[in-house]
Ligand binder design. Structure first.
Ligand SMILES: N[C@@H](CCC(=O)N[C@@H](CS)C(=O)NCC(=O)O)C(=O)O
Length: 186
């Protein structure tokens, strides 16, 4: 069975959400990160960087939440066209390399928020999900980032109505509730 390695309140929730969406059976291996279990040889053999999340399946292991999402989409998700795959990769990379750092780093937040959230708001115009009607790993990557912003930065998206509606829509999904488990205020 697929093993998902994570800690309490870690980015493993992102992967958990997507595994629940895909209905893939998995075992959650909770590492005691307080005591540094993620820095011990057994876990370093899975991820030499000593970071979670990581997954192990059929003797194969992979880490970095974005890479894991893309792998799971390819292995268990609906077949996508090359253009859809490219678009999913674009949003997953945007979530982890641009949106997260731009908004979680206090020094850049004020400058980056209008541009990044404004752009996301525009991209969501007339769309249910980032690929249109099809839910994908892109929504897990971007959706979990905006959910974390709601929870950790107490951000509200009142100036970005499409983003606010999108976050609410995602948070109502049963798989989100099992994985991320962050209530989004009404
Ligand atoms: N870019 C990585 C970030 C991984 C990461 O920083 N994970 C944190 C937990 S959320 C971690 O393992 N921290 C432990 C440490 O740095 O010692 C990803 O998205 O997977």
């Amino acid at each position: 069975m697929l093993k998902l390695y994570g800690g309490d309140r870690s980015r493993a929730s992102i992967v958990k959400w997507y595994l629940e969406e895909l209905n893939v059976p998995y075992e959650f291996v909770r590492l005691d990160m307080q005591s540094g279990e993620h820095l011990q040889p057994p876990f370093l053999a899975i991820n030499p960087m000593g970071k979670v999340p990581a997954i192990e399946v059929d003797g194969f292991s992979i880490w970095e939440s974005g890479a894991i999402l893309l792998y799971l989409q390819e292995k268990y998700g609906e077949p996508l066209t090359p253009e859809q795959r490219g678009t999913v990769a674009q949003w997953v990379l945007f979530a982890n390399a641009t949106l997260g750092p731009g908004l979680f780093i206090e020094a850049t937040r004020e400058k980056e928020a209008p541009r990044l959230l404004g752009g996301l708001n525009q991209a969501l115009e007339g769309r249910t999900f980032l690929l249109g009607d099809l839910f994908s790993a892109a929504d897990v990557a971007v959706g979990s980032m905006v959910a974390y912003m709601t929870l950790m930065l107490k951000m509200e998206f009142s100036g970005y109505p499409n983003v606010a509606a999108y976050v609410k829509r995602l948070s109502e999904r049963p798989a989100y509730q099992k994985g991320i488990a962050i209530p989004i205020p009404a």
